[in-house]
Ligand binder design. Structure first.
Ligand code: NI
Length: 168
């Protein structure tokens, strides 16, 4: 296992479109273990996407069970080639990102989503998620399309905040 290096804004590689995974092999499992270790090592890390560690494939992890916020969640979700198929409601919430370590921002997201994704063995699953978990999933899916939460701020002046301390 290894903790991988995180690319940080304004690294241009974070804008790269990630490619779908086509091979579900031991190398993928091994990468997923490293990715999870990297996520857990980060302060407040409830999610991570492969492009953040310089691997431009459609792979992300989300685990909202570690946050202190009282939220419904699925525990650790391994998301390979995830596709959001339904969006419902809109809500503003504060987001952070391991690739934007010094700031948080207010971002508008869907309140509830339906999402399909493959697991590490290539089996497809469907998830219905809401609240903070739905937000985290939308944030990680954005990374696969080369987008950061910074790209979704309505106003940098009003919606961007310098971080003082890390919180889970
Ligand atoms: Ni992020």
């Amino acid at each position: 296992m290894a903790i991988l290096e995180i690319l940080t804004y304004p690294d241009e590689r974070l804008k790269q479109l990630a490619e779908p995974v086509t091979v579900f092999d031991q190398a993928l499992h091994s990468f997923l273990r490293d990715l999870e270790e990297t996520m857990r090592a980060g302060p407040g890390g409830v999610g991570i996407a492969a492009p953040q560690v310089g691997r431009f494939q459609r792979i992300a992890l989300v685990d909202c069970s570690v946050t202190r916020k009282p939220v419904p969640n699925h525990g650790l979700l391994v998301l390979i080639n995830p596709e959001i198929s339904e969006w419902e409601g809109m809500t503003v919430g504060r987001e952070g990102c391991m690739s934007v370590p010094d700031y948080t921002g207010n971002v508008i997201r869907a309140e509830r989503i339906r999402l399909q994704a493959f697991d590490a063995d290539g089996v497809q699953h469907e998830y219905q998620c809401e609240g903070f978990e739905a937000r985290a999933l939308q944030h990680e899916c954005d990374h696969l399309d080369g987008m950061l939460f910074l790209d979704r701020l309505v106003s940098r002046r009003n919606d961007l905040f310098r971080r003082k301390v890390y919180q889970k």
